[in-house]
Design a protein around this ligand. Structure first.
Ligand SMILES: Cc1cc2nc3c(=O)[nH]c(=O)nc-3n(C[C@H](O)[C@H](O)[C@H](O)COP(=O)(O)OP(=O)(O)OC[C@H]3O[C@@H](n4cnc5c(N)ncnc54)[C@H](O)[C@@H]3O)c2cc1C
Length: 414
C-alpha cells in the first residue's frame, strides 16, 4: 500500500454528467480540481443514454418539466445555464445533433461525442481525474471561527495486481455528484445520501422513476402475449397525462408514455389508457353501428388498433359477442366498450425498480440547499449537484439539463 497527499481547491465525488461539467467550469476559473470516480471509467450513464445517442437536452425546458418537493428550486440554475448554453458547447465541438419529437436533442452519431467533449473541456481546463476510487471517509476540518471550509477526503485507488494506493487529500470545496440509486451497474449509489446524513441534511423518500410497470393480475399474461407491440396512446394518472408510445413487454408495460407517467404513480394507483386518441369511442361505435351494422366489432377496430391487441380486448370486453353483428349490440353496451377504449383502467403491481429505472425520484432535500449555488446552507464548502438532489426531470433530455445546469451553477462558486 502506498500513501500520498496533494491538495486541491475542489474535490468532486462522481465523474458523471454533473461532476464533469462542474469540474470543467471550476477549473476554467483557475481552481485546482480533482474528480474522483469509483468506476473503471467516467460518464457511463452518458454512454448508455438515449439508446447510445444521448438525448442531451431539450429545445423547450420549463420548471414544469421537473418534479421536486420545491418546484421553484430548479428555476435559478436552469436560467443560469440554459439548454442553449449546452447546445453552444456541442456546436463549438462540431458535434452533429438532431431534433426529434417534443424538442428532444440527440447526437447523430454517438453519445461518445458528448463524453469526449466533456473530457476535452476538463483536460483543457486542467482537471485531474482518478477512476477506481473507493471512498474511505470525509471529514470537515474547517474552522467555525473563521468560517473557512476545509474537508479531508480519504480514498483508495486500485492499482494493478491487488496493489492499492491510499490517499488523504484536503480541499476547500467538496462537491457531491455521485448520482442516485438507479442502475447500480452504471454507478447507481447511495453515497450522496450518506454524506448528506453525515452533515445533518435531510433526504426525502426515494423511488424508482422513468421506469416500466409490472402486473400481477390478468394483465400480466396479456402483456406477455402482446410483447413487442407498440402504439401511440394517452396515459393519465394522478392528474398528469402524457401522449406517446406504449410498448407491451414480456414483463408488463414500457415505452416513453409509461416511463413518463411512472414519475407520478404510487403503489396502489390505477392508470388510465386512452387507446383511441382524439376519438370519442362511444360515439364512434354508435355511428359505426348505423353505417356498418352487419360487421362484427373486431374487423372495424382492426382499422384503428393492432390486430393482436383487438383480439385480446375482444376476449376481455365482449367475449360472448365476438362474431355477433354490431347491429345486435345494445347502445348501452357499445357506450360501455367505448368508455373502456378511451379509459382502459390498469393497476400496476409494481415498477421494475432501480434495476431498470432511468432516474431516482427524491433525494437530498432542496430546503437545505442554495438554489443559486447548490451549496449546503448549514455546511460551508459542501455542494450537491445533479440527480443526488430531490430534482427529477421528465423523459426528454431534462435530467441531463438538470445535471449541466446544477453542475455549472456550483462550478461558478466552488
Ligand atoms: C439507461 C439510462 C438512459 C438515460 N438516458 C437519458 C437521456 O437520454 N437523457 C437524459 O436527460 N437523461 C437520461 N438518463 C438520466 C441521466 O443519465 C441522469 O439523470 C444523469 O446521468 C445524472 O447525472 P449525475 O451526474 O447526477 O449522475 P451520474 O451521471 O449517475 O454520475 C454519478 C457518478 O458518480 C459515480 N459514483 C457513484 N458512487 C460513487 C462513489 N461512492 N465514489 C465515487 N464515485 C461514485 C458513478 O459511478 C457515476 O459516474 C438516463 C439514465 C439511464 C440509467
Amino acid at each position: 500500500m502506498q500513501a500520498s497527499s496533494t491538495n486541491y481547491d475542489v474535490i468532486i465525488l462522481g465523474a458523471g454528467a454533473a461532476g464533469l461539467l462542474c469540474a470543467a467550469t471550476a477549473a476554467e476559473r483557475g481552481r485546482r480540481v480533482l474528480l474522483l470516480e469509483k468506476a473503471n471509467k467516467v460518464g457511463k450513464k452518458i454512454l448508455m443514454s438515449g439508446g447510445g445517442r444521448c438525448n442531451f437536452t431539450n429545445q423547450i425546458v420549463e420548471p414544469t418539466h421537473f418534479l421536486s418537493g420545491n418546484p421553484h428550486f430548479c428555476k435559478s440554475a436552469l436560467s443560469c445555464y440554459t439548454q442553449w448554453d449546452f447546445i453552444a458547447m456541442v456546436e463549438r465541438h462540431g458535434i452533429a445533433y438532431e431534433a426529434r419529437k417534443h424538442g428532444q436533442l440527440f447526437c447523430v452519431h454517438s453519445a461518445k461525442d458528448i463524453l469526449a467533449m466533456l473530457l476535452e473541456e476538463c483536460e483543457l481546463a486542467g482537471v485531474t481525474i482518478k477512476t477506481h476510487c473507493q471512498m474511505g471517509g470525509i471529514q470537515s476540518v474547517g474552522s467555525a471561527e473563521t468560517g473557512v471550509s476545509r474537508y479531508t477526503v480519504k480514498f483508495q485507488t486500485k492499482l494493478q495486481q491487488g496493489v492499492s494506493n491510499s490517499e488523504s487529500l484536503e480541499c476547500e470545496s467538496l462537491v457531491v455528484a455521485t448520482g442516485a440509486l438507479s442502475i447500480p451497474s452504471l454507478g447507481g449509489s447511495g453515497l450522496g445520501y450518506e454524506i448528506a446524513g453525515q452533515f445533518g441534511l435531510a433526504v426525502t423518500q426515494r423511488h424508482a422513476g422513468l421506469v416500466p410497470f409490472m402486473f400481477s393480475d390478468a394483465v400480466k399474461p396479456l402483456c406477455e402475449r402482446l410483447s413487442g407491440i407498440a402504439l401511440e396512446v394517452e396515459v393519465t394518472c394522478n392528474g398528469q397525462a402524457f401522449t406517446e408510445s406504449l410498448l407491451f413487454t414480456h414483463r408488463g408495460l414500457s415505452g416513453p408514455v409509461i416511463l413518463q407517467i411512472s414519475n407520478y404513480w404510487h403503489p396502489g394507483d390505477e392508470i388510465a389508457v386512452d387507446l383511441l386518441l382524439g376519438v370519442n369511442a362511444g360515439q364512434w361505435l354508435l355511428e359505426t353501428k348505423q353505417d356498418h351494422g352487419k360487421s362484427s366489432l373486431k374487423p372495424l377496430l382492426n382499422h384503428k388498433l393492432p390486430k393482436a391487441l383487438v383480439n385480446e380486448l375482444a376476449l376481455l370486453w365482449w367475449s360472448e359477442l365476438i362474431d355477433v353483428p354490431l347491429a345486435e349490440f345494445s347502445d348501452k353496451r357499445l357506450l360501455a366498450i367505448g368508455e373502456k377504449l378511451n379509459r382502459w383502467s390498469l393497476k400496476p403491481s409494481a415498477t421494475e425498480g432501480y434495476r431498470t429505472a432511468e432516474v431516482t425520484l427524491g433525494g437530498v432535500d432542496t430546503d437545505a440547499i442554495s438554489s443559486k449555488t447548490m451549496a449546503a446552507k448549514n455546511q460551508p464548502g459542501l455542494y450537491f449537484i445533479g440527480e443526488v438532489l430531490d430534482v427529477t426531470g421528465h423523459l426528454g433530455g431534462f435530467n441531463f439539463q438538470w445535471a449541466w445546469s446544477s453542475g455549472y451553477s456550483a462550478g461558478l462558486v466552488v
